[in-house]
Design a protein around this ligand. Structure first.
Ligand code: PEP
Ligand code: MN
Length: 342
């Protein structure tokens, strides 16, 4: 259910409607838009008496939301969500006309490794740095990440180069630390339906980058995002990273058609990760081109200066000089679409 407020409704009127909703034992989610505020209602198991709400001052109408996801849907907010991610070098804006580049290694390995990569991707214009300190690996014998000492390395990268840091939390325990050290909390494909982690991330004070599960349908993907918003975190970015199909020539099948499908249904920005989406270095540039062309709001790219020595995902990591070319091309493609890269 959605309560649509008049364009000139006052803050007090919005607050009064929220209080009325809460007094009915429901949860109110005010969603400010450029023209008007809408208030999403969750927690309703049965019918709500609409008359009570519709008669409150400042209310235009109450409309039922038929989609299973409510707060992420365009019904709740017509215009695109534009996120401002605070970083030491100023806000990075994501969505609308802005396309963000996130670059860095799959995993944080050493300080030297991160600083070497950071220096070079910064020269190419990236303002968000990725790197996993906690790695969800298929094998328990593979490198599992450096944990908190990895987060400390990321903090040095942040301090030295002014990057915003994007790094993954794999459970509630790591999320506490990731929230403290990072600028964006990444929830990985394997955790897209870890509902307790989603609820915790929904209460976090940092934006969340939510990756699509490798066999998640679009509805499941959007419902996972709904968990975050329903807990109060509206700073959510989605990320398509490839799904499992019968196709056997690449690690995953990058589902670029999901980008316009998300945009039709949701106001949230959506990134594309062509590194995990293809699993091969030579495919990263062509699929990045396609991702920006199809309307992605950001790219998540694995970059390593010595990929042959990487502790994870060296095969799909591009070299810093390849990233420089990629960033150049993305600027040109974005410009055709009247967008800019930041
Ligand atoms: C990652 O981005 O480091 C990662 C593990 O990706 P995914 O969760 O998409 O596999
Ligand atoms: Mn990886």
């Amino acid at each position: 259910m959605l309560v649509v407020m008049q364009s000139h409704a006052t803050e007090q009127q919005v607050r009064a409607v929220c209080q009325r909703i809460e007094s009915l034992g429901l949860k109110a989610h005010p969603i400010p838009g450029s023209l008007r505020t809408a208030i999403g209602i969750t927690g309703n198991k049965g019918e709500i008496d609409l008359g009570v709400l519709e008669s409150l001052p400042g209310v235009v109408e109450c409309i039922p939301v038929s989609k299973p996801y409510k707060l992420v849907s365009r019904d709740a907010k017509e215009e695109d969500t534009i996120l401002r991610i605070p970083t030491p070098s100023g806000d990075v804006i994501v969505g609308g006309r802005h396309v963000a580049l996130v670059a860095g290694p799959c995993a944080v390995e050493t300080e030297e490794q991160c600083l070497a990569i950071a220096e070079r991707v910064k020269k190419s214009g990236a303002r968000l740095f990725r790197g996993g300190a906690y790695k969800p690996r298929t094998s328990p014998y593979s490198f599992q990440g450096l944990g908190e000492s990895g987060l400390k390395i990321l903090s040095k990268v942040r301090a030295k180069h002014g990057f915003g840091i994007v790094t993954e939390a794999i459970d509630n325990e790591s999320l506490e630390l990731v929230e403290e050290y990072s600028d964006v909390i990444q929830i990985g494909a394997r955790n897209m339906q870890n509902f307790s982690l989603l609820k915790r991330a929904g209460r976090a004070k940092k934006p969340v980058l939510l990756k699509r599960g490798m066999s998640a349908t679009l509805d499941e993907f959007l419902m996972a995002a709904e968990y975050l918003l329903s807990e109060g975190n509206y700073n959510v970015m989605l990320c398509e990273r490839g799904v499992r199909t019968f196709s056997d020539f690449s690690r995953n099948t990058l589902d670029l058609a999901v980008v316009p499908a998300v945009k039709k249904r949701s106001h949230l920005p959506i990134f594309v990760d062509p590194s995990h989406g293809t699993g091969k270095r030579h495919k990263v540039l062509p699929l990045s081109r396609a991702a920006v062309a199809v309307g992605a709001d950001g790219l998540l790219i694995e970059v390593h200066h010595e990929p042959e020595k990487a502790l994870s995902d060296g095969i799909q990591s591009i070299l810093p000089e390849e990233f420089a070319d990629l960033a150049d091309e993305m600027r040109q493609i974005a410009a055709v679409l009247h967008r800019t890269i930041n």
